[in-house]
Design a protein around this ligand. Structure first.
Ligand code: KG4
Ligand code: ZN
Length: 338
């Protein structure tokens, strides 16, 4: 079964073709980073318009790379939420109308479920059940995953998501958008410890997290006086140290609580090298194996949407034949069951 996946929830247009027998045949992403850069963040209207421009050329590209034609597609999965309403609507209307024209099913997919299942696309996939640490720009959650469609929220951030904290802190330090990768690069030149930042909720005794206080602490340190380039790097390093320490500790606690030895990391912040090193170190001490998606599948992409849609169809989820549809800009993952 050949599934086309379409992702357009934010500032990346991602398309992919996943075949249940042959695996991922092709995937292509167009990032809008250069377009939004001068505004210091994503401009929703510009994002929607750019998705419209990119969808057809990207579709042609993934078909050509996979060596298939449009009529070979058996189903279309698209991100229906959460995300920017206009951006979601572009992908949804494109997917639903193409499905209607081809007479094949269209399947709305939850963006975070896509992230959650993305490590299953790697050559050595994890086995169920596992704990998933979902760390994206909008969400920071610890989930218990029993199988496709069985997700239980174990803990989450009470305020900013980890990616959001990276982005906002990067802005405070005068770095461009998107802030996460830029801050991580700056942190490589610095030494943690010169500045002392808190480790929020590290000893809270539960799996809840909080990152907005860290951003304020960085703001306070940066406002005290003009920082030198070396000090900015040190502050970035300490910030990264604080976020990754708490994330790693809580993720390992979640595994230990459930006596599970498989941890899956998904979402854009999962690309952070320091987070990976810390998780690997801590996990090794508890015989826990950590699985990451391929680096290019950590951030938003169509492959995870195609894969997620295919898994749901395999499970027998009824898919519509194209027609009426809706997107859900605020869609809690807890409402996704299968
Ligand atoms: O999953 P994602 O691509 O989009 C959402 O669904 O939100 O995650 C994007 C987030 C952004 O906040 C970005 O700054 C962060 O992931 N990010 C990183 C790194 N790469 C991306 N944060 C820290 N270190 C990185 N290397
Ligand atoms: Zn995402």
């Amino acid at each position: 079964m050949l599934t086309l996946g379409i992702e357009s929830s934010c500032d990346e247009t991602g398309l992919a073709l996943y075949d249940t027998a042959r695996g991922l045949l092709s995937h292509a992403v167009h990032s809008q980073v250069a377009m939004h850069e001068e505004y210091g963040g994503v401009v929703p209207e510009l994002a929607s318009r750019d998705h419209i421009r990119r969808l057809i050329p990207l579709l042609r590209g993934v078909l050509e790379t996979a060596g298939v034609v449009r009529t070979d597609i058996d189903a279309i999965a698209y991100t229906a939420g959460p995300g920017l309403a206009g951006a979601l609507l572009v992908g949804a209307s494109f997917a639903e109308s193409l499905a209607l024209a081809l007479g094949i099913p269209a399947l709305p997919v939850h963006h975070l479920e896509g992230h959650l299942l993305s490590p299953l696309l790697s050559s050595e996939p994890p086995e169920f059940p596992f704990v998933a640490l979902l760390v994206s720009g909008g969400h920071t959650q610890l989930m218990h995953v029993a199988r496709v469609g069985a997700y239980e929220l174990m803990g989450e951030s009470l305020d900013d998501a980890a990616g959001e904290a990276f982005d906002k802190t990067a802005k405070l330090l005068g770095l461009g958008y998107p802030g996460g990768p830029a801050l991580a690069r700056l942190a490589e030149d610095g030494h943690p410890g010169r500045f002392k930042l808190p480790r929020p909720m590290l000893h809270s005794g539960d799996l809840m997290l909080s990152f907005s206080g860290l951003k304020t602490a960085v703001l306070t340190a940066a406002r005290e006086r003009e920082l030198t380039a070396a000090e900015r790097a040190d502050l970035a390093a300490e910030f990264q140290e604080a976020v990754t320490e708490v994330l790693a500790a809580k993720a390992i606690s979640a595994c230990r609580q459930r006596r599970l030895f498989t941890l899956v990391v998904a979402g854009g912040v999962g690309a952070n090298r320091r987070l990976r090193t810390r998780l690997d170190e801590m996990a090794a001490r508890h015989d826990i194996r950590v699985f990451y998606p391929e680096l290019e599948l950590c951030t938003d992409n169509g492959a995870m949407i195609a894969f997620c849609g295919a898994q749901r169809l395999l499970q027998g989820e009824p898919a519509k034949g194209g027609g009426a549809f809706a997107v859900r800009p605020r869609w809690p993952l807890s409402e996704v069951v299968g």
